[in-house]
Ligand binder design. Structure first.
Ligand SMILES: Cc1cc2nc3c(=O)[nH]c(=O)nc-3n(C[C@H](O)[C@H](O)[C@H](O)COP(=O)(O)O)c2cc1C
Length: 317
């Protein structure tokens, strides 16, 4: 395995928490890091919004002491603005990641996110300009391709490597698939074979066995877990344990989950105040309760609470 990830992790396969807008807030990234996420990344931040000094972007870029190798992800398609904004924020994090995967229509229609998978020349301009000014590593997060039958990932990966990118994350689904459906592991292998820089495999990892499958079928250097970490920061410990021993650890007990919900809520309240903190906690709490026999009733109640006390009372019952 070449370069940066080996230097950083000494041969251990790094487990990364996938950036997820509206999910991977600061407390959640902290909790995942505490439970074995070796790498984290902010959710996507608009380079243009940063350029125009939109103050909402500030919150998205905060990184906590507990994160081990934390990046900030930018999205945009203007090489000059991307480079200028990356340079302006690089001191706050350990690497800058470029989003080439966001499938959301309002991003794609501006030619940003996954729309860049169809613009190899522009990708080259953006990445060359960024890597020429940055002192920290530059990485890129790409998809298999845009339309269902597309497969641009290997070409974009080669361009990224030649443009000074230090590592690449490949989500093995197309833009058309959004976040669901089968992940194409063969395209991740193709990217791995196309470049010498480290490749992180992403898409559909939900337990030890699917993590091992990703590793074996793609030869990738690191693993990224997205949706399976929602409401389950313990997944990183379980996957690590499986990689080391071949055994699945038991899932956390209801008591551990309740304790985690309350801790996560207190952290969100500390960051945002009680009202906003509890509102932000509602969706996390619903994810934590996935699989509980009375989950839908509890979710309905959680969506009405506004105070920490109500949350403790609900969980106590
Ligand atoms: C709600 C949600 C928000 C996401 N936001 C981002 C984002 O801001 N930046 C990004 O690169 N990927 C984003 N993703 C994609 C994930 O990082 C990951 O690539 C994807 O979910 C596939 O991995 P998984 O199958 O393990 O979930 C998001 C995914 C979801 C479900």
């Amino acid at each position: 395995m070449a370069g940066i990830l080996r230097d950083r992790f000494g041969g251990k396969i790094p487990l990364a928490l996938g950036p997820m807008a509206g999910v991977t807030d600061l407390p959640f990234r902290f909790l995942c890091s505490e439970h074995g996420a070796d790498m984290t990344c902010s959710e996507m931040v608009s380079a243009k919004a940063l350029f125009y000094k939109n103050k909402n972007t500030e919150e998205l870029m905060q990184i906590s002491e507990g994160e081990h190798f934390a990046g900030i992800q930018l999205f945009g398609n203007d090489p000059g603005i991307m480079a200028e904004m990356a340079l302006a924020i690089e001191d706050r994090c350990e690497y800058i990641d470029v989003n080439m995967g966001c499938p959301v229509q309002k991003v794609v229609k501006n030619g940003e996110g996954s729309a860049l998978m169809r613009e190899p020349k522009l990708v080259e301009q953006i990445l060359k300009r960024m890597s020429s000014v940055l002192h920290k590593p530059l990485s890129v997060k790409i998809r298999k391709g845009f339309y269902r039958e597309d497969r641009q990932a290997p070409e974009i990966a080669r361009i990224a490597e030649a443009s000074g990118v230090s590592f690449i994350t490949v989500h093995g689904r197309t833009r058309e698939q959004f976040f669901q459906g089968e992940t194409d592991l063969s395209v991740i292998r193709e990217v791995k074979e196309a470049v010498k820089i480290p490749v992180i495999g992403n898409g559909g990892i939900r337990d030890g066995a699917s993590a091992v499958r990703m590793l074996h079928e793609t030869g990738c250097d690191g693993l990224m877990i997205g949706q399976a970490a929602m409401g389950d920061p313990w997944i990183f410990e379980r996957v690590r344990h499986y990689l080391e021993t071949g055994e699945e650890l038991p899932a956390p007990s209801p008591e551990e989950i309740y304790a985690m919900i309350l801790r996560h809520a207190r952290m969100l309240i500390e960051e945002n105040g009680e009202h906003m903190g509890i509102l932000k906690m509602r969706s996390h709490a619903s994810w934590y309760l996935t699989g509980f026999p009375n989950a839908s009733k509890m979710r309905a109640e959680i969506n009405r609470i506004t105070r920490y006390e109500e949350l403790t009372e609900l969980l106590r019952r």
